[in-house]
Ligand binder design. Structure first.
Ligand code: CP
Ligand code: NVA
Length: 312
């Protein structure tokens, strides 16, 4: 993990947090979701938090802005067209400028290395709002959703069907750190990168890879999928449609999972591609709670990063 000049660490990937911090984030998210009166509404009073987006966003931007607002802070959202990261100004200079006004910098970028450059340039925490490699804020919301669905995380089995992408990477690391077994089914050539698998196993995780979606979902207590074509890969769309066709999550595939298995998707969904309407709109789907949980999880994360001395 890249640390800033002041040694301050942000969250570029889930394992930039300790397991204890993840538990704290999930516990606070649950407590504040259950009783909004417990939210520390003034904790970011008078402080600005920058959120820079090189790619489109619905959930991440709105949940992040509302998290900051409900903590009493001021969210400053910026789009790529306004900043032209790396063209109008270098990523390091953008970060230095934002850090002079704001208590933290969050960013959604194409290239994960840009986040590392930003964190190395500043002493405020940098938070990854999605890069080509990772989506840690999504994974925290996913763990929160799974814990709500299952009661506890430890010892449960999660199947991820589809592209071994940014969402899959953060999910695998988050699962490894919370005692959730994960099995990922991807077409050959689209598996979770070996370096991520090794990192998750090093954290003590049970991580299995297969190319067979039915094998993956067998005995699974949850089935997760994401788009086949991520932002930035649009030119590969037609090819990916053909490659991933056997990996669609439909009613037939869900029937091979545990009878009470839940269905998750980070959204946006490409209905009819990676998931059918029957599944995403069906009784096992928890995607709307998962989307809501983006706000609860990131709010708890911001407090963990910006008010580290806070008692439990
Ligand atoms: N899941 C997610 O990150 O959604 P957005 O791309 O809409 O922010
Ligand atoms: N893997 C997707 C996630 C979108 C939230 C992407 O990167 O586009």
């Amino acid at each position: 993990m890249t640390a800033g000049p002041g040694g301050h660490r942000g969250v570029l990937e889930v394992d930039d947090l300790t397991s204890g911090q993840i538990t704290t984030v999930l516990d606070r998210a649950t407590a504040w979701k259950t009783d909004p009166g417990l939210v520390p509404a003034g904790v970011l009073s008078g402080r600005g938090i920058a959120a820079l987006f090189q790619k489109p966003s619905l959930r991440t931007r709105v949940s992040f802005e509302m998290a900051v607002a409900t903590l009493g802070g001021h969210p400053v959202s910026l789009r790529e067209q306004e900043v032209s990261l790396g063209a109008r100004e270098s990523a390091a200079d953008v970060a230095r400028t934002l850090a002079s006004y704001c208590t933290a910098i969050a960013a959604r970028v194409f290239d994960h290395a840009v986040l590392e450059t930003m964190q190395a340039a500043v002493s405020v925490p940098v938070v990854n709002l999605l890069s080509d490699q990772a989506h840690p804020c999504q994974a925290l919301a996913d763990l929160l959703t799974l814990r709500e669905s299952w009661g506890e995380l430890e010892g449960r089995r999660l199947a991820y069907v589809g592209d071994g992408n940014n969402v899959a990477a953060s999910l695998a690391l988050g699962a490894a750190m919370t005692g959730v077994e994960i099995v990922l089914a991807s077409p050959p050539g689209y598996e979770l990168p070996e370096v991520v698998v090794a990192r998750a196993r090093h954290l003590g995780g049970v991580v299995e890879l297969t190319s067979d979606p039915i094998e993956a979902v067998r005995d699974a207590h949850a089935v997760y999928t994401d788009v086949w074509t991520s932002m930035g890969q649009e030119s590969e769309h037609e090819h990916r449609l053909a490659v991933f066709d056997p990996y669609r999550v439909d009613i037939d595939l869900m029937a091979h999972a545990e009878p009470d298995a839940v269905f998750l998707h980070c959204l946006p969904a490409h209905r009819g591609e990676e998931v059918t309407d029957e599944v995403i709109d069906g009784p096992s789907s928890v995607v709307w709670n998962q989307a809501e949980n983006r706000m609860h999880a990131v709010r708890a994360l911001l407090v963990e990063l910006l008010d580290p001395q806070r008692p439990q």
